[in-house]
Design a binder for this molecule. Structure first.
Ligand code: SF4
Length: 342
């Protein structure tokens, strides 16, 4: 059973101010808590030495930091690491995966925001597991804070298990901690949040956050997308693109589209031409992803030459297009393979 204590990690300054008021602490204590939690990253309340002993005891009686260390780490041949974290969902204890991807002068962490996922994308191992619960903002931040590589991190992407727009309160609270001056003070340019395109969530995200956005597109054809991604029924890609066109993408915030290449399905020139049409006039880029085959998904990988032709076609027609390197495939850490299995 979950310990009935408040997790401090993941709380915003405003939430900590409320907690301090409830406990009868001075208002400035909330700023001190932020400093200990987010700048000094302590893992015990007793380490917060500028709080009086009485206040530390009071805080210990109702709250805990909310940190938990990974229960497993797998290391790929290419240096990618996959961490497994235990989390407590309302239903049962579960696990989520987090992937650390070092790359020359960058080190990216791919975090999960849900245990499983409701979206059911047919090419995704997470999607085939169903949904088992939301992570809290603290659970999300713990994936950064509790790995040994925290200091090396340059970027965070919300592209692990789960759909961020389906757990938006927690995702926005976590990104707020990362980007606020009372938190880590990161630039929002260091954070990318991905989505299959849940329109109401996207609208709120775009209004409330300056982080980069990546949309999982995968095919420009509605009927085909519906076969792969059930979300197309409720929120067609056309509606997603109409929403995105209402925002300005010429500034700091970047819009990208993720396009996984499936052999014989979405990888020919006709698809490339439709994609160019669909994205015409939008300031964006396209990231091609090699499909990583798994027994759970009824698709296969496009050939390297097909991917190259597709990429060249987009680039020739004015769409900036890159091929995302596959990382950590030997430890099932690559895109679409996260399962949270222990
Ligand atoms: Fe969920 Fe993303 Fe997998 Fe789709 S691709 S099922 S949204 S985790």
């Amino acid at each position: 059973m979950k310990e009935e204590k408040i997790d401090l990690l993941g709380k915003t300054l405003e939430q900590l101010q409320q907690l301090c008021a409830d406990l009868g602490f001075p208002r400035f204590t909330a700023k001190q808590l932020c400093d200990w939690l987010y700048r000094k990253r302590v893992d015990s309340i007793d380490a917060m030495t500028n709080l009086s002993l009485a206040n530390r005891e009071r805080l210990n009686s109702v709250a805990r930091i909310g940190r938990s260390y990974p229960v497993r780490c797998q290391v790929s041949r290419d240096g990618t690491k996959k961490y497994l974290f235990g989390v407590e969902t309302p239903a049962a204890p579960a696990h989520v995966e987090t992937v650390y991807i070092p790359d020359d002068d960058r080190a990216t962490l791919c975090v999960s925001c849900q245990v499983g996922c409701k979206m059911g994308c047919r090419f995704c191992v997470t999607g085939q597991q169903g949904f088992h619960g939301n992570l809290s903002a603290g659970d999300i931040l713990n994936q950064l804070f509790s790995i040994p590589e925290f200091e090396q991190l340059t970027n965070v992407v919300f592209m692990g298990m789960g759909e961020p727009m389906d757990n938006l309160d927690a995702v926005l609270a976590a990104t707020s901690v990362l980007t606020s001056d009372w938190g880590l003070g990161w630039s929002p340019k260091r954070i990318t949040v991905s989505s299959v395109g849940i329109v109401p969530g996207l609208k709120r995200f775009l209004d409330e956050s300056q982080c980069h956005l990546a949309i999982s597109l995968h095919t420009p054809l509605a009927a085909e997308r519906l076969q792969m991604m059930p979300v197309e029924r409720a929120y067609p890609l056309a509606d997603v693109l109409a929403l995105l066109r209402r925002y300005d993408w010429s500034g700091q915030r970047r819009l990208s589209f993720e396009y996984t290449m499936f052999r014989g399905l979405n990888d020919d020139q006709a698809h490339a031409a439709r994609l160019v049409d669909a994205l015409r006039g939008l300031d964006c880029r396209v990231n091609l992803i090699r499909f990583h085959e798994s027994p759970e998904a009824p698709y296969s990988t496009s050939t390297p030459s097909t991917i190259k032709s597709f990429q060249d076609y987009l680039n020739r027609h004015g769409l900036t297009c890159t091929l995302r390197a596959s990382r950590g495939q030997d430890i099932d850490a690559a895109c679409g393979l996260l399962a949270g299995r222990q």
